[in-house]
Ligand binder design. Structure first.
Ligand code: SF4
Ligand code: SF4
Length: 409
């Protein structure tokens, strides 16, 4: 694609990156077939190719409007288009740049700004989120059924094994996950303990920064990244093998620290090191598959429908690992259609674009339930909470299922 960037973007780090990405798009339109918003709305401007055109126009000097912003807002950032694209267009990176530019030029209404500020503060601050969650859980039994589905019942974390192994890994605790589903990280610690790895937390680390980053507050996103890098580097120096991610949405963000801080001379090298050390729990466990298979119960298999989050299959390009580990452990995976499509959770998308998100959720749950599973499993807290709010059967993190299989063996 020919590009003629406006003077204000030419020869800037973002301008150079955007120009390289724009030039890699050959307009073939293959990506339209797998774009969820194009499938729902049928408008080229709600497709990857249409959004690429919009961003190109803005970067070449056209004035964006509220309509431009709407089409970019409606994108789920699922990156399904990247998986489909035969030319390797890095759509996600281009969208980050395009959204930021459009946000600066178009701005937001007072109510939109207030909603976004509340989401960043409420979801990105564990103390605030957990206090509000506990308050909601304490009055949950008094709520009407329609409200109950949005507030999950309180859950116990279960034991976290003491650090006793020479092999050690760090874990990113996350901001909403420890409050909503405290058992996920504890189950991860137990599974790793079974195979001789101790899982450690670094208390100085916090939110991965994905939340503000995807709400176009790149300063707050980068500040969170720098804080986590400062918290984790000393642990890597002390011999931690990896930084384990149990939420694929956080994993894809931490794996991008190197890219996001590439122009920061004080952090570029450290950020690249952290990104290289970040591993989804499925990546860690697939390399320990033999040891795990020997331990799993292989008794009374449960029928599971697995939903691979977009941040795992398209963002981190990791496919098949979870399915292999669950099958090894004796679970029966039911066939699920349209596995590549987003469930509509997409960070804060389900709150900011509720109509599209609920259509995608209903479609996804229909496919997940078609094989009559006993449980739905997934790998990201956002997908888990979103799907559970509409599912009559339990939705769990897959590592909790593996933990159960190991503890009953
Ligand atoms: S598939 Fe790739 S190259 Fe083709 S239009 Fe979409 S982004 Fe461009
Ligand atoms: S990221 Fe997802 S929603 Fe956005 S353009 Fe690509 S496929 Fe469509």
């Amino acid at each position: 694609m020919q590009t003629h960037l406006a003077d204000s973007f030419r020869n800037t780090p973002d301008g150079d990156a955007a120009e390289r990405i724009l030039r890699s798009c050959v307009h073939c339109g293959f990506c339209l077939a797998t774009c969820p918003t194009y499938q729902l709305l049928g408008d080229e401007l709600d497709s990857p190719r249409g959004r690429i055109y919009l961003m190109k126009q803005v970067l070449e000097g056209a004035t964006p409007t509220a309509k431009t912003q709407l089409h970019l807002d409606r994108c789920l950032t699922c990156r399904n288009c990247e998986t489909t694209c035969p030319s390797g267009v890095e759509y996600g990176k281009l969208l980050d740049i395009g959204r930021h530019v459009v946000e600066e030029k178009v701005g937001r209404s007072v109510s939109e700004t207030a909603t976004r500020t509340a989401l960043k503060a409420g979801l990105g601050t564990p103390l605030l989120f957990n206090t509000a969650l506990k308050l909601g859980q304490s009055v949950r039994s008094l709520m009407p059924a329609s409200l109950k589905t949005s507030i999950p019942a309180a859950e116990a974390a279960g034991d976290w094994p003491a650090s006793r192994h020479t092999r050690r890994m760090l874990v990113l605790q996350g901001c909403v996950q420890p409050g909503l589903k405290p058992n996920i990280n504890a189950a991860t610690a137990r599974v790793l303990d079974h195979i001789g790895i101790s899982l450690i937390t670094a208390n100085e680390a916090g939110c991965c920064g994905a939340l503000p980053h995807h709400l176009n507050d790149s300063d707050a996103g980068l500040a969170a990244a720098r804080r986590n890098i400062d918290a984790w580097i000393p642990h890597l120096d002390a011999g931690m093998e990896a930084i384990v991610m149990t939420a694929s949405g956080c994993g894809v963000m931490v794996k991008d620290y190197g890219w996001l801080l590439r122009n920061n001379s004080a952090y570029a090298e450290k950020a690249a090191r952290i990104s290289a050390a970040a591993k989804d729990i499925s990546e860690v466990l697939i390399t320990e598959r033999e040891a795990l298979s020997a331990l799993a119960a292989h008794a009374a298999p449960k029928r599971i429908a697995y939903h691979p989050p977009c941040t795992l299959q398209h963002g981190q390009k990791l496919s098949g690992g979870v399915e292999a580990l669950l099958t090894d452990a004796g679970f029966e995976l039911t066939p699920v259609a349209e596995k590549h499509l987003c469930c509509g959770s997409a960070g804060t998308y389900s709150i900011l674009q509720p109509a599209l998100a609920s259509q995608l959720k209903a479609r996804k749950l229909g496919h997940l339930q078609a094989g009559r599973p006993e449980l739905i499993a997934t790998a990201n807290i956002g997908c888990l909470a979103h799907l559970q709010s509409g599912s009559p059967i339990p939705v769990r993190h897959w590592v909790e299922l593996l933990d159960t299989a190991l503890s009953t063996s």
